[in-house]
Design a protein around this ligand. Structure first.
Ligand code: CMC
Length: 426
């Protein structure tokens, strides 16, 4: 199959690639060479495939999300987060012994060098945990220099294991610093998710018993966030990694990309928005109007998605989970009612219907995090913790696929050649 482009009276032919779910792409790798300089312009990469990938399938029109062929609904219902991490990174669900070895390897690497404390100490208590976690992830390189040049599969495996082991410790430290608790390394006798909870919430002078309702809710949330193909942070990880910067540097860049309120930072922004509406008297109609007013920068946070134009399957699961978790924990949260009210109004409103704006994964996730006792500024860190295996899987695929360095072109719109003007002539 071929596609033809006509430019300046001439036709040029390009091969068309077909994915395993019958998606087509025009391969324009020879466009510049064939045409003598023509490039494509696609702001925000809305129509650009940056790679071929066998990790995650997403169909935004039909609301489908699958990791390595397994539906998100199936995995969220039945799998553990660690199994999903293994699946994303290595391509298949692990056998019992593979999973045990995977977790044993992680546990063996879960210590973080004591000197990392000093770096954490340098941050003010008020520092946003995403900045702290991104910086500490990068700082890990100094303590694990062998994880930078990952030329063999073995080097790659070791770097991956180290990151899966140490990253939750750093996330928990960011919270403990904020809440004034001494740093902790957790408890290897627990499962991965249970250990995350203990590292975050154990008080120095008290035992911490993991609540199975909380652990199961967190397990599900982490799975739902684990990968989402070529989104902003994942593309960042792949592009940074394509320069052969190491895994930790690439992930640190991905964390920074995730921080923004249009991406992962939306989960924090949603709760702040819902609290703002509550404090302002709970008038959802007023905020609907603001969201529709083009003169007003306000957007309904947690609504809309670059690829989902029908519904976000993760949001469906999370909405149900929010009801279950709050019910099981006996938590009543008035902002859940505001969220449901806003959703109902938006789904019946012409502006939102026409633009195909639906609640996304972040609309209800913050309500669950709140019910689990996680402070608002930590929400995006929880997203990062969930997304870590996806970023790793995408980075590994990119390196094993020997992809070239990511380097887009541009259309230059600046000044043409001009001569330097001495200061007294400006
Ligand atoms: N509230 C009000 N209007 C909106 C919203 C919103 N949340 N989202 C999009 N629109 C409007 C937008 O103004 C535009 O209108 P018009 O066609 O009249 O100019 C139209 O819908 C298309 O929006 P866009 O910004 O061109 O779409 P995009 O694909 O570039 O952006 C988005 C997608 C997610 C950045 C955007 O919908 C948004 O800002 N949503 C709020 C932030 C949010 O919840 N982000 C989390 C995304 S899901 C988690 C993740 O994977 O990161």
């Amino acid at each position: 199959m071929k596609a033809k482009i006509e430019f300046d009276g001439k036709f040029y032919e390009f091969p068309v690639t077909k994915g395993s779910e019958d998606e087509y792409a025009i391969d324009i790798s020879t466009l510049r060479a064939q045409t003598g300089g023509l490039i494509t312009l696609d702001r925000g990469f809305k129509n650009t495939g940056s790679c071929e990938s066998a990790i995650t399938f997403l169909n935004g029109e039909e609301g489908i999300l699958r990791y390595r062929g397994y539906s998100i609904e199936d995995l969220a219902e039945n799998a553990s987060f660690l199994e999903v991490a293994y699946l994303l990174i290595f391509g298949e669900l692990p056998s019992e012994s593979e999973l045990n070895k995977f977790y044993d390897d992680i546990k063996a690497e879960s210590n973080v060098d004591e000197e990392m404390h000093k770096i954490l100490d340098g941050f003010p208590k008020s520092a946003h945990p995403m900045g702290v976690v991104s910086s500490l992830t990068n700082a890990l390189i100094a303590f694990n220099p062998s994880s930078v040049n990952v030329e063999s599969k073995e080097d790659m495996y070791n770097a991956i294991i180290k990151l899966l082991a140490k990253f939750p410790v750093l996330c928990a430290w960011a919270l403990r610093k904020r809440t004034g608790q001494p740093l902790d390394y957790g408890d290897d006798s627990l499962g991965y998710v249970e250990n995350v909870l203990k590292m975050m919430f154990k008080k120095a002078n008290q035992n911490y018993e993991v609540d199975p309702v909380i652990a199961s809710a967190l397990n599900k949330l982490l799975i739902l966030h684990a990968d989402h193909e070529q989104n902003c942070s994942t593309s960042t990880v792949r592009v940074v990694g394509s320069s052969h910067a190491g895994l930790f540097a690439s992930i640190s860049a991905g964390i920074s990309a995730l921080w923004g309120p249009l991406h992962g930072g939306a989960n924090q922004a949603v709760i702040e928005m819902l609290e703002g509406i509550k404090e302002d008297g709970g008038d959802t109609k007023k905020y609907m109007q603001k969201a529709k007013d083009k003169e007003d920068p306000f957007r309904l946070m947690g609504f809309g998605h670059r690829v989902y134009k029908n519904f976000d399957p993760r949001a469906r699961i999370i909405k149900k989970s929010a009801d279950d978790v709050l019910g099981n924990l006996g938590v009543e949260d008035p902002i859940l009612d505001i969220a449901k009210g806003l959703e109902k109004e938006a789904l019946e409103d012409d502006y939102f219907v026409k633009r195909k704006l639906y609640p996304n994964v972040d609309f209800y996730s913050g309500i669950i995090y709140r019910a689990l006792g996680i402070p608002t500024e930590m929400f995006t860190v929880m997203f990062a913790l969930g997304r870590l295996p996806g970023w790793i899987a995408q980075w590994r695929e990119m390196r094993l696929g020997k992809e070239p360095i990511g380097r887009p072109r541009q259309v230059y719109t600046g000044e043409k050649l001009r001569s330097y003007k001495p200061m007294d002539q400006r």
